[in-house]
Ligand binder design. Sequence first.
Ligand code: NAI
Length: 264
Amino acid sequence: MTTSSPARRRVAVTGAASGIGKALADMLRAQGDDVIGVDLKDAEVCADLGTPAGRQEAVRAVLERSEGVLDAVIACAGISAQVPATIAVNYFGVTELLQGLRPALARAEAPRAAFVGSIVGTKSVAPEVVEACLAGDEPAALAAAAALAERGQGGALYPASKTALARWLRRTSVTDEWAGAGIPLNAVGPGVVLTPMHAAVARTEEQRRIVAQAVPMPLHGHAEPEVIARALRWLTSEENTHVTGQVLYVDGGAEVVLRGPDRI
Ligand code: NAI
């Protein structure tokens, strides 16, 4: 097994201005890595990953700053609103960015990639949205998402974005472009993480009770963002030579509780 190299690695992190992405960017900088943060604001590259033009700009600017070579790309940016933009940011903002930066990864000696999924990505919801995502048809995915939101089912959009990501991961990670090019591609699936995103959906005692019931975490309870950042750091380190296509649930046991003991 390869051991960690002390060499300074060049890493792009989306969502670097807050929560999990910020914890990860801080951690990587503290170990000496050259981090190119991408976010709406307060980042090296400011771009809106919710639009095709914003993603293109993000890819262009990251390639410029990295001189076309990246040791790792880690996509953390996301939103949880019950609107179609959640599909645009969470699914297309991850997959298009990773695909756009893949050539720069392929030029590195030990490239790695990862993104943040979720425990809710284990749910079978909004199949029409998920299928349009997997077909790479953003206009169709957004139209299907808008139709759901109009019917008052916008709550399915966040889980749908993460389910589509988990399925994209399994299809993509073992292709010639990724595994064949020596690039492990994985995800971390958190349960509840104590970030601004969580604070926004758990403002009242009743909301916190509903979240705790939906995501049972018998081991250590809700996690600080550094917990997720450490798992992302390992998956994208040189130490990870053979893990690919996996969602690593860092969720205090939620996935096991929710899916049951007999799933393998
Ligand atoms: P956060 O709200 O603290 O940070 C998200 C970051 O993404 C922010 O800096 C925000 O500006 C950026 N972002 C949002 N939309 C963007 C856009 N269109 N373009 C560029 N940047 C954009 O949230 P948190 O909790 O750190 O979330 C990070 C990831 O973790 C997300 O993918 C989220 O779905 C996932 N996650 C979070 C959980 C939680 O309980 N907090 C649980 C499971 C998954």
